[in-house]
Design a protein around this ligand. Structure first.
Ligand code: SAJ
Length: 434
């Protein structure tokens, strides 16, 4: 397993090439592709179940292709999971940076990870931050390490540990391909740190590797997700404008997108997940006076679930007595089982609470048991077969455009009332003359 034996504290210790701290949606794929490129990797997580599962060659999250890759890496003894970090030439920090209630970044996990590895650092050890973080976080980590390890400096007092930010950019559901093929932006606190980090990513990245400084890399990552958020907000605002002037927004988007330089995104019930709905706030926090558009976009997207709830409730009010409602989809986006910050889940939660006298039939093709967030309601059941859920309901609320739903005929044809937040059943009212 070890890349080299090393005498430390008088005993022969293992030293890994890379120690990845945090084995979630980003850390585990990163640890695995590194291991499968021939690097000796120790993966660290605070959860004993996660550690045990991985050492068994299995995974605790849903990501196509990941389990097979983990199993290979573990079998080849290139990847080991552990509750504690160990000596390594490089540390990759891939822990969450959640949003606090006051819309600022919670850096507790990142700083705790840095603190845990600090005692293991040596001269020339490379510390890479992958977690999406506010500008200045990589420098903050270096300052923490300088305080914890004042010994790691050269004769001129310059810190000898190297620090770089290499923000993750993979799309959940396509992580195993994108982690290899996407271009990587790497920002070192020094050019030497950038170069060392580039050498590591070159082992598995086939896309471009673009070197810059740490703060630029931090802002680049936030800019990418804010760009997407602002563009989705534009589509969502357009959908509200279309409602006001009584036209079909899906036709408007389709037609406008036939312009060679227009590419409007898809309106929907809100922006979910742990990235796009969070990261723009890090920009707003860093430069509040000038982040007007980014802040407004967040507000527009955050207001979407409430609008959908209002629309559904107005239709529930018109249902026959004992009328049932089908809810299609709970995940935060199509074809995944991830419920984190899902607008669909939030909408379902509010509807179940506000309409206790209405019976809800919930379909979610990727989840078969009632999610914990909805367990307390007695007016809802999970229904595995979406056709049954639709057949037994009077009102059908589509919240996620899972591929399964795209195969279904429009329930309107069976006389159902619909709320289609994703345009899956939007009839195309466009004539193209050939
Ligand atoms: N959404 C819309 N309309 C659209 C596209 C998306 O309403 O046209 C909604 C989705 O339904 C979902 C939310 O936006 O609720 C976010 O989904 P997503 O697919 O846009 O993005 P994520 O959060 O899965 O992944 C993003 C990606 N960032 C960009 O595409 C710029 C990914 O590359 C990042 O690595 C990831 O965030 C991250 O970890 O930061």
């Amino acid at each position: 397993m070890q890349s080299e034996g090393k005498i430390l504290d008088g005993s022969l210790q293992t030293k890994y090439d890379v120690c990845v701290v945090g084995l979630g949606y980003i850390g585990l794929p990163t640890a695995t592709v590194l291991a499968n490129s021939g690097v000796a990797v120790l993966g660290v997580d605070i959860s004993p179940t996660v550690v045990e599962t991985i050492n068994d060659g299995r995974i605790h999250i849903v990501e196509p292709g990941l389990e097979a890759a983990v199993s290979t890496a573990v079998q080849n003894k290139r990847l080991t999971a552990s509750l504690a970090p160990h000596f390594a030439s490089c540390y990759v920090i891939a822990v969450p940076t959640p949003l606090r209630d006051d819309k600022t970044a919670n850096l507790d996990y990142v700083l705790a990870a840095a603190r845990t590895v600090a005692p293991l650092l040596e001269h020339e050890t490379l510390v890479i931050l992958e977690s999406t973080s506010p500008p200045g976080t990589t420098r903050k980590i270096s300052e923490l390490v300088r305080a914890e390890r004042p010994d790691l400096v050269d004769e001129s007092g310059k810190q000898t540990v190297l620090f770089a930010h290499a923000p993750e950019r993979v799309l959940p559901g396509r992580a195993m391909r994108e982690i290899i093929e996407n271009d990587r932006v790497i920002g070192g606190l020094t050019p030497e740190a950038s170069d060392r980090a580039a050498d590591l990513y070159r082992k598995f990245v086939t896309g471009g590797i673009l070197l810059t400084d740490a703060t630029t890399a931090e802002l680049v990552k936030l800019a990418e997700n804010s760009f997407r958020d602002v563009n989705i907000a534009f589509a969502n605002e357009l959908s509200e404008i279309a409602d006001e002037v009584s036209v079909n927004v899906w036709d408007v988007v389709r037609l406008a997108n036939r312009h060679p330089r227009v590419n409007i995104m898809q309106p929907g019930p809100g922006v979910g997940g742990h990235c796009i709905a969070v990261d723009p706030w890090f920009i707003v926090d860093a430069a509040p006076a000038v982040s007007k558009l980014i802040r407004t976009a967040r507000t527009i997207n955050d207001g979407r679930p409430e609008r959908v709830v209002r629309d559904v409730l107005s239709k529930v009010g018109r249902l026959p007595t004992g009328g049932k409602v089908a809810i299609l989809g709970l995940a935060f986006k199509p074809n995944i089982d991830d419920l984190r910050a899902s607008p669909a889940l939030a909408i379902a939660d509010t509807l179940l609470r506000i309409a206790p006298g209405t019976e809800f039939l919930i379909s979610e093709p990727n989840i078969h048991e009632m999610p914990a967030a909805l367990e307390r309601y007695s007016n809802a059941i999970m229904v595995d077969d979406v056709r049954v859920a639709i057949g037994e309901s009077d009102l059908v609320v589509l919240l996620v455009d899972h591929s399964e739903y795209r195969q279904l005929p429009n329930p309107k044809l069976q006389g159902k009332t619909i709320v289609d937040t994703r345009g899956v059943w939007s009839t195309i009212d466009i004539r193209e003359v050939i």
